[in-house]
Design a protein around this ligand. Structure first.
Ligand code: SF4
Length: 300
């Protein structure tokens, strides 16, 4: 009898141990999955959960979001972080309405052509919403494959084409089984094979893991320190955006001046928000969230 494959072991483990997350429920549609994938980038599950529920209550379809303003998308994004994602998600909804009649497309090329949808998100939607066979490679998957297959402690800073190839080689041939394995690899990296404290004794592939077999050499590179937030331009941008989110119309410059004492840093942060398409100047001396005016109705 053949030994179970890497994918089989991880998939079996996943079926017993996966977290019960709402975007994994069988009746969840492609739009809800796409929203979850965008929100989960660089943001922990616990913070995404309430935002995801609220977002889909308000905008259960791409058409609903596309008919609202970018400013409302930024408002609903709240303090989820990296708010450009909100504007890009609305841009994506507009494109889905205009190009695909309001339905999230199934083909990988069509997903990749949507605004704000990159290599990872397009494959995640194709696999998790439509059950297709694609390598879905995020930081967690790269780490698992790097350790278990290559015997390397870490996968390096960015996804390379070779990561997609390495992951695809591990996937079962049958599309539904491949999609399940992709979700399982991600979950293993998220809750067992973590960056700092892998729980190898609880791991379904401990017996065949190359890194485990090699005695687990320590990671070669420096350990990443958590990013500082206090006093950074990111903090100032967050404060400015908070005032603009809470306002019902254009906000005078003098009101924004009150959020941070350093004129140079505050001006730089405000200019950055304008450059990133989150905020727009109104008249001589006021600012508002982008598109914070009459509702836009894109043509299908
Ligand atoms: S045995 Fe340890 S290092 Fe290998 S994949 Fe499992 S958790 Fe990661």
């Amino acid at each position: 009898m053949n030994e179970p494959t890497f994918a089989t072991l991880v998939s079996r483990w996943y079926e017993q141990n996966a977290r019960d997350l709402p975007w994994r429920a069988p009746d969840v549609g492609a739009w809800a999955i796409l929203v979850s994938e965008v929100m989960l980038q660089q943001t922990p599950v616990v913070r995404v959960l309430p935002a995801w529920h609220a977002w889909l209550r308000r905008w259960p379809t791409p058409a609903a979001l596309a008919a609202d303003t970018p400013a409302e998308a930024i408002r609903m994004w709240g303090r989820l972080g990296y708010p450009r994602r909100a504007v890009r998600l609305r841009d994506c909804a507009v494109a889905i309405v205009q190009r695909h009649g309001g339905e999230v497309p199934e083909k990988l090329e069509q997903l990749l052509a949507l605004p704000g949808i990159g290599t990872y998100t397009a494959r995640a939607v194709a696999a998790f919403a439509y059950g297709q066979r694609h390598p879905v490679v995020d930081t967690n998957v790269r780490r698992v494959v790097s350790r278990a297959v290559a015997g390397e402690p870490d996968a390096g800073p960015a996804t390379r084409p070779s990561d997609l190839v390495a992951c695809e080689e591990l996937l079962p041939v049958e599309p539904a089984a491949a999609a399940l394995a992709s979700a399982a690899f991600m979950e293993l990296g998220a809750i067992v094979c973590t960056a700092r404290s892998p729980r190898c004794t609880a791991c379904p592939v401990e017996s065949i893991c190359a890194w485990r077999a090699s005695g687990q050499a320590a990671p070669a590179g420096p350990t990443r320190r958590p990013q500082r937030y206090a006093g950074t331009d990111r903090q100032v941008r967050g404060l400015l955006l908070g005032v603009l989110r809470d306002a019902t119309g254009p906000v005078p410059h003098q009101r924004l001046d009150q959020v941070w004492p350093d004129d140079v840093q505050r001006s730089r942060a405000l200019a950055g928000l304008v450059k990133d398409g989150l905020v727009e100047p109104i008249g001589e001396d006021s600012f508002r969230l982008v598109g914070d005016g009459p509702t836009v109705h894109p043509v299908a």
